[in-house]
Write a protein that binds this ligand. Structure first.
Ligand code: COA
Length: 189
């Protein structure tokens, strides 16, 4: 069974998560490389916890978390005839008074380095500004996560500030947290 798409892009789209995908997500999302620069790299994942996450997602009006899907025919050797789940883009902490929110994203490891994240983030931005009518997005990045900074910068985000030595990472010691921002009026149609 395929699913409703929310945003359609050239190679990837954003769509609705399906409950039966949770076990697959559990495996790829809990990957230590994927978690390396996320807020709680020490987190232990339980399958039941992912179902709780999914149930919360459906009811949470302050966030929009969408599946990143590889478009039919966009990947090599794909025969399932469906959009393939490759990651997640989320718009979190939506503030309807100030019209801002925080953008988050991840791709499963085998899809890195192909430009899919840059395209998926662009679709998230478009959704935030044109569908939700927000006026500003922020994103937070741990400084060693260069791929993530690059994805943001390629989409027009600018560095607004940093919290020094803010996070402890086992392989890096204390690292800065970078704050990026993007104003809607800086994005050309
Ligand atoms: C961050 C993430 C989404 C990037 O995905 P991706 O598929 O590599 O992204 P893209 O291919 O669209 O673009 C990555 C860019 O970063 C660049 N890059 C990758 N590693 C880099 C590094 N170590 N130093 C500098 N640039 C780097 C790539 O060259 C590419 O830029 P280019 O297109 O100009 O060559 C992916 O690594 C991920 O899911 N990581 C785990 C979760 C995560 O950290 N999410 C972000 C939290 S802030």
């Amino acid at each position: 069974m395929d699913r409703p798409l929310v945003m359609k892009g050239k190679r990837v789209s954003l769509g609705i998560y399906r409950r039966e995908e949770i076990p697959r997500m559990y495996r790829d999302f809990a990957d230590s490389e994927v978690q390396r620069f996320l807020n709680r790299p020490d987190k232990l994942f339980y399958l039941e916890g992912e179902y709780d996450w999914y149930d919360g997602l459906r009811k949470d009006e302050s966030s929009r978390v969408m599946a990143v899907l590889l478009n039919k025919g966009a990947g090599k050797g794909r025969s399932d005839g469906e959009h393939e789940l490759i990651g997640s883009v989320g718009i979190h902490d939506i503030d309807i008074i100030s019209r801002n929110a925080e953008l988050g994203y991840l791709l499963f490891r085998k899809y890195w380095g192909k430009g899919y994240a840059t395209e998926a983030v662009w679709l998230g931005i478009d959704y935030a500004f044109r569908t939700l009518n927000l006026r500003k997005l922020i994103a937070r990045v741990m400084e060693p996560n260069r791929a993530s900074s690059s994805v943001l910068e390629k989409n027009g985000f600018v560095l607004a500030g940093r919290l020094t030595g803010h996070h402890y990472l086992r392989s890096y010691g204390y690292v800065d947290e970078l704050y990026y921002e993007l104003h809607r009026d800086s994005v050309t149609d």
